[in-house]
Design a protein around this ligand. Structure first.
Ligand code: PEP
Ligand code: MG
Length: 551
């Protein structure tokens, strides 16, 4: 057997025979068109329109986040700038196929150069181009294979149109050779609870029919597995299934210590599913997700409507809303206008809000109004706080608007190191382990080449979390976790052992974490945490925690 590495999405494990996605269509040749300009323009117009309508229809059928993604893709297809780029090439005598190919490719390169969230949309644009070219050639759109039995799908990077309509009875798991943890493939795989490992460069060598184990929790694909490995993977898959159907009790350790389990949400529409999966409230509402495509700052009314909708879904429950976290992988046109060489180290999070304080004030106004109109227990926090002075700034301004519980995110090592001072001012802290890991290990969280550093099990990260936990205890303040780390069941136990008082995660991860917490007491959690903290690197911390948890 051999193990291929990538980035796991979620915690599932599955096994089955590989089926590869068909290779993309060959690039059209640059030969002079034999049609008139009007004929080529009409052909392309028909093909683009048909592709856009088909994407919309698929979105309608799939619903949920997939609909938004597919509608955005349909809009890309009919983008007027792209249309004029195609037109220029047709006017120069190119075929419709070549004009589409070249115009879309130049846009794709622009997106890739922008990097971050926009860069990861490149695959969406490629897919639109392939669909239009296939239509022009009278070929079926490239898509998911159908080998006639359940399979593990291997693709370069799935297009949203394919992910949205995956037949979950047939697709046992998903492996992509490209694409990072924030690609649409990853986002949709997470939403649909598809066992997926993305960015597995070595998966290009997998062949149709060979059996693999896809382990999202470990971020690995095992080729040529032994019988014993297959049986072990099956046991884990069965255990997950029974955890998913366990009763939706509030989060607690084996000794009854309460650990509220909360949801990370990016849209009010996600609330219903979160409640259905037993979320006891919201630990992180990412407000910037509402406005990623807006060129202008949202109005107070727009925001009040969205926040009221969210808060109404959680009467009597805690809902932690984060002020706009703009910058780096989530640029907002109205907050980040200057070019920066290192946007992750730039004017992002609270720094960007402070530079446009009117936008912060409008957001706080909308939040206070939504709070007054609803029954939820609203907590508000600032993103990317790196100093005690910033903590003072944010808590003062938020309290001016009558926000009762005001906290800060601990995502920068400086805030963790000074947590005792920070928590003497803020009402609570919420640790964003994604950024805290990125900044502690100095590894861009979106960059595949340094993905192995982006591991929250690293003892340096765990020690910082321990400092915040201790500061919370000393100050009598709550310390939540809202980064992806909280969704890893064993790491969740470690985090509680380090002093976390609540855990917030993608709702689909709640069942696994709930089940694992119930297996350990607080003393166990502290002992398991101590074992992990004492290690030298992330891998040995994980191993040490596993060994301690088995005792
Ligand atoms: C984090 O950094 O861990 C976090 C929760 O915030 P985001 O992932 O939105 O940056
Ligand atoms: Mg963050």
């Amino acid at each position: 057997m051999s193990e291929l590495r990538g980035v796991g999405i979620g915690l599932g494990v599955t096994q089955g025979p590989v089926a590869r996605m068909a290779e993309p269509l060959p690039a059209p040749e640059d030969v002079p068109s034999t049609r008139t300009q009007a004929e080529e323009t009409a052909r392309v117009g028909e093909a683009v329109g048909a592709v856009a309508r088909e994407l919309e229809a698929r979105g309608e059928q799939a619903g949920g986040a997939a609909r938004d993604v597919l509608e955005a893709q349909a809009m890309m297809a009919e983008d007027p700038t792209l249309e004029s780029e195609v037109g220029t090439r047709i006017a120069a005598g190119k075929t419709g196929e070549f004009a589409v190919y070249e115009a879309f490719a130049s846009f794709r390169d622009m997106l890739v150069a922008m990097g971050g969230y926009l860069g990861e949309r490149a695959a969406d644009l490629d897919d639109v181009a392939q669909r239009v070219i296939a239509r022009l050639r009278g070929l079926p759109a490239p898509g998911v294979p159908d080998p006639g039995h359940p399979f593990v799908l291997v693709a370069k990077d799935l297009a949203p149109a394919d992910t949205a309509l995956l037949d979950l009875d047939k697709v046992l798991g998903l492996i992509t050779t490209e694409g990072g943890p924030t690609s649409h493939t990853a986002i949709l795989a997470r939403e649909k609870s598809i066992v997926a490992v993305v960015g597995v460069a070595a998966a290009t060598g997998l062949v149709d029919g060979e059996t693999v184990i896809v382990d999202a929790a470990a971020g690995t694909v095992t080729t040529d597995p032994t019988e014993e490995e297959l049986t072990r993977a099956q046991h884990r898959a069965d255990a997950r299934k029974s955890a998913a159907s366990a009763p939706l009790t509030p989060g607690a350790l084996a000794d009854g210590t309460k650990v509220p389990l909360l949801a990370n949400l990016g849209k009010p529409e996600g609330a219903e599913e979160a409640v259905a999966l037993g979320a006891e409230g919201v630990g992180l509402f990412r407000t910037e997700f509402l406005f990623l495509s807006s060129s202008q700052a949202p109005t107070v009314e727009q925001q009040r409507e969205a926040y009221t909708k969210l808060l109404s879904a959680f009467p009597g429950k805690k809902v932690v809303v984060r002020a706009l976290d703009a910058g780096a992988d989530k640029p907002l046109a109205f907050l980040n206008d200057a070019h920066e060489e290192n946007p992750a180290l730039g004017l992002r999070g609270l720094r960007a809000l402070r530079a446009s304080e009117d936008i912060l004030r409008e957001q706080l106004t909308a939040l206070a109004e939504a709070d007054a109109a609803t029954e939820a227990d609203l907590w508000v926090m600032a993103p990317m706080v790196s100093t005690v002075e910033e903590t003072e700034y944010f808590t003062t301004i938020a309290r001016e608007y009558g926000i009762k519980t005001v906290g800060v995110m601990v995502e920068v090592p400086s805030s963790a190191i000074l947590a005792e001072r920070v928590l003497s001012i803020a009402d609570f802290a919420s640790i964003g382990t994604n950024d805290l890991t990125q900044y502690t290990l100095a590894a861009d969280r979106l960059l595949g080449s340094v993905a192995s550093f982006q591991d929250p099990w690293h003892p340096a990260v765990l020690r910082l979390i321990g400092m915040v936990g201790e500061a919370g205890r000393v100050n009598g303040k709550q310390v939540g976790i809202c980064g992806e780390a909280a969704a890893d069941p064993l790491l969740a136990v470690v985090l509680v052992g380090l002093g976390a008082t609540s855990l917030s995660m993608a709702p689909t991860a709640l069942a696994d974490v709930r089940a694992t917490l119930l297996e350990h007491t607080l003393d166990d959690a502290k002992r398991i945490a101590a074992a992990a903290v004492g290690a030298d690197d992330a891998g040995s911390a994980r191993d040490a925690a596993r060994a301690a948890a088995a005792k």
